[in-house]
Design a protein around this ligand. Structure first.
Ligand code: THU
Length: 135
């Protein structure tokens, strides 16, 4: 689906696209931005931050969630992920686990800089999560 200008007017989508510009991705060159809307309406953003060890890289989604948590937020009601791909980039497996913990079955908007957009529920992407209900 092509969202057009209305999509770019969505503050959460705009925040994810803007955050992407700060991506630190010298190794993969694959820049990602994310934005999460807290239960109080505040938006927290993140970008991927890579490391020369590769494995210490942190994805944009986790940076956004952790920034929000560190600001006192505990629950997020929407998530946007921005990358420059035609096949829109979804959160990786590790991020799906973290998103489940802090968002539950949240709406996830995937977008690219040309306004292509898709919406999912986390449960579609992550149908049988492990969580506190098993502990
Ligand atoms: N990456 C993210 O930040 N989020 C995603 O949803 C997919 C992958 C990052 C990790 C790494 O810096 C680069 O993209 C390539 O995997």
């Amino acid at each position: 689906m092509n969202g057009g200008p209305a999509v770019m007017d969505d503050p959460l989508v705009a925040a994810a696209l803007t955050a992407r510009q700060n991506a630190f991705a010298p190794f993969s060159k694959f820049k990602v931005g994310a934005a999460v809307e807290g239960s109080d309406g505040r938006i927290h953003t993140g970008c991927n931050v890579e490391n020369a060890t590769y494995s210490l890289t942190v994805c944009a989604e986790r940076v956004a969630v952790f920034k929000g948590v560190s600001e006192g937020e505990r629950r997020f009601k929407r998530v946007a992920v921005a990358a420059d791909t035609e096949k829109l980039t979804p959160p990786c497996g590790a991020c799906r686990q973290i998103l489940w913990e802090f968002c539950g079955d949240v709406e996830i908007v995937l977008v690219n800089p040309r306004g292509r957009i898709e919406e999912y529920r986390l449960k579609e992407l992550f149908p049988k999560p492990f969580d506190v209900s098993y502990l």
